[in-house]
Write a protein that binds this ligand. Structure first.
Ligand code: PLP
Length: 287
């Protein structure tokens, strides 16, 4: 089905959307993005994604293309126009183009940022069979740049990581730096040890996941213990459970790391419970 997408102020059929070949998103990966999930036709954690977009733009000294209210309106309109019940809204903002290629940023007074949004329909997103089965991950070196807290479109290495996982018969890769797990290719990583939920603390080493923030809040509210610290892949392989979080997969149990099954090789109770709580609670505040 032909989608309606949003490009720089216009709602257009996807095959009529046009961006300059000089756009810095295309030439330099000079762009940031957000992915917001849709359940029951409503946006999950919109406020968090809007706040992180604001931060990504500020960190890169990139102009804001619109206000938060306008952004919400565009998200809702695309969900409506494309009849999305379950799925995702992808948003990307780039530094735009002043009509040529140059390492120097264009003048922000005269060059407008590019803003693009599109939807992806994913029926069954909340009822994903992978969550019942659990996922397998491999470990790979983390060779990304040092500002992983900014959600940029520089996704070549994470994409290669997914391909390495696929070639190894796994679902995803967890990245390792200085002996410790940073995060998954497109998610935050957790283990459960002595009943405690362990996940790396926030720094520029990882993306500050919006789902991570919500899940940790719900876990604490449910009197579950949370420890924010780095953990090694050996510790993960010996853990009771493991899981990942992201806006598109929510809480996803991990049942095998580098070929080593965790526990009995099925999704653990903490991950299952957190997935349930996250879906229930975030639906209540969906807009
Ligand atoms: N870490 C990385 C590297 C990601 O790409 C993502 C999501 O795309 C996440 C973590 C999870 O972030 P969120 O929960 O905001 O989707």
């Amino acid at each position: 089905m032909m989608r309606t997408v949003y490009v720089n102020g216009d709602y257009v059929p996807e095959n009529e959307a046009v961006i300059s070949i000089f756009d810095r998103g295309f030439l330099m990966a000079d762009g940031v993005y957000e992915v917001t999930s849709v359940l029951g036709g409503k946006l999950i954690d919109f406020e968090g994604h809007a706040a992180r977009l604001e931060r990504s733009l500020s960190e890169l000294d990139m102009p804001h293309p619109c206000t938060k209210d306008e952004m919400l309106e565009i998200h809702r309109e695309l969900v409506r126009l494309n009849g999305i019940e379950e799925g995702l809204v992808y948003l990307q903002v780039t530094r735009g183009s002043d009509g040529d290629r140059d390492f120097v940023f264009p003048d922000r007074e005269t060059t407008k940022p590019t803003i693009v949004l599109f939807t992806q329909s994913k029926p069954g997103l909340a009822d994903n069979p992978a969550a019942k089965r659990g996922t397998k991950v491999i470990s790979i070196d983390d060779i990304r740049w040092g500002r992983r807290d900014i959600k940029t479109v520089q996704l070549l290495y994470p994409s290669m990581g997914k391909m390495m996982a696929k070639a190894a018969g796994a679902d995803d890769a967890w990245m390792i730096e200085d002996g410790a797990v940073t995060e998954g290719t497109s998610n935050n990583a957790y283990i459960v040890k002595d009943g405690k939920i362990v996940t790396r603390g926030l720094s520029s080493d990882i993306l500050h996941g919006i789902t991570r923030a919500a899940v940790l809040r719900f876990a604490r509210e449910a009197q579950m213990e949370v420890e924010e610290r780095a953990f090694t892949i050996e510790e993960a392989k010996a853990a009771e459970e493991a899981f990942s979080t992201s806006a598109s997969a929510f809480v996803m149990p991990v049942v095998e790391i580098d070929g080593v099954p965790l526990g009995d090789g099925t999704p653990g109770p903490v991950a299952r419970r957190l997935r349930e709580i996250y879906l229930d609670e975030s639906l209540k505040t969906a807009i």
